[in-house]
Write a protein that binds this ligand. Structure first.
Ligand code: NAP
Length: 288
């Protein structure tokens, strides 16, 4: 029997209005998991700023926020550009007030053997994940410190931050940096009432992934589910509930914490017995 399904979409875990009067900025909040988290903040009364590069993504995210009962706005942002980060925070502040919760969700990733990875590929992914998380966090903190107001930061990680990520050296190394940054900043900024945590999702297919899988969707979903101790993949709303808890006053004493939400998947290794080793280039050619 797999782990039970969670309550249905639309269920509220925290009291109504938990985020009333709060401004939540989510980088990459227009697609996938970012949009899923935006929706759960919105259900609890948040004003959600969806910050990313692509206007179509932002429009989708903002629409989902309004639909869920929140107030949404889109703001153009490339998290790799520090001046752009300042401008985006200025724009949100002028429109709806200071950002009180920051979710560093934006990421880029693609599979490539490390020896074939170009400097540009390395810089692109490390720039979004690690530089972007730092630039946004520092700007957020400067403003909360200036205004003498508390705040919460949530960094979206991945479990390969701890295990290594063969085939995704850039992303795994950057996510490991984010784990470390979470710990450092939680200590530095506790003095200002700012909490910093991370959330590491396991396998969470979402609308965009579903579209990519096309006809093979059901078969791939079955394969994925069978490989996870939980016997199923994660549901996007489960991630949203975790995010809203970690940034809420109910988690007031939680800082510097890494919350893994993956159906026990990353603990799966059994002694020394693992599936046969397949070199990454072979795996990518489909022989693994
Ligand atoms: P996704 O749909 O590809 O979302 C990535 C988002 O990041 C997009 O909305 C994109 O928006 C934004 N983005 C990319 N580069 C940016 C930049 N330079 N500046 C600003 N925004 C940028 O990915 P996802 O699957 O939802 O993943 C969300 C987070 O969960 C990521 O941190 C990922 O590493 C983590 N995660 C996901 C899974 C999973 O199963 N899905 C598993 C483990 C970890 P624009 O294109 O509009 O800029």
């Amino acid at each position: 029997m797999p782990l039970p399904e969670p309550p249905p979409a639309g269920s509220r875990m925290l009291p109504a209005g938990t985020y009333e009067g709060q401004v939540v900025l989510i980088t990459g909040g227009g697609t996938g998991l970012g949009r899923g988290m935006a929706v759960e903040f919105a259900r609890l009364g948040a004003t959600v700023a969806v910050a990313s590069r692509n206007p179509a993504h932002r429009t989708e995210g903002v629409a989902a926020v309004w639909e869920a009962g929140g107030r949404g706005l889109g703001v153009e942002l490339d998290v790799r550009d520090p001046a752009g980060v300042v401008a985006a925070f200025d724009e949100v502040e002028a429109a709806v007030g200071g950002v009180s919760v920051l979710v560093n969700n934006a990421a880029g990733n693609f599979q490539v053997p490390a020896e074939a990875m170009s400097p540009n590929a390395w810089r692109a992914v490390a720039g979004i994940v690690l530089d972007g998380t730092f630039f946004c966090s520092a700007e957020f903190a400067r403003r909360r410190i200036r205004d003498e107001l508390p705040g919460a930061i949530l960094n979206i990680g991945a479990t390969y931050a701890w295990t290594g990520g063969p085939g995704a050296a850039h992303s795994a190394a950057a996510k490991a940096g984010v784990v470390n940054l979470t710990q450092t900043l939680s200590v530095e900024w506790a003095a200002y009432g700012i909490r910093v945590n991370s959330l590491a999702p396991g396998v969470f297919p979402h609308d965009d992934v579903d579209a990519q899988w096309g006809d093979g969707h059901d078969e791939r979903m079955r394969e994925r589910s069978a490989s996870i101790p939980a016997g199923r993949v994660g549901r996007v709303r489960e991630l949203g509930w975790a995010a809203t808890y970690l940034c809420s006053p109910f988690a007031a004493y939680v800082s510097g914490h890494h919350f893994v939400i993956d159906g026990a998947n990353w603990h799966r290794r059994h002694g020394f017995s693992m599936p046969p080793y397949v070199p990454i280039p072979d795996l990518m050619r489909g022989s693994g």
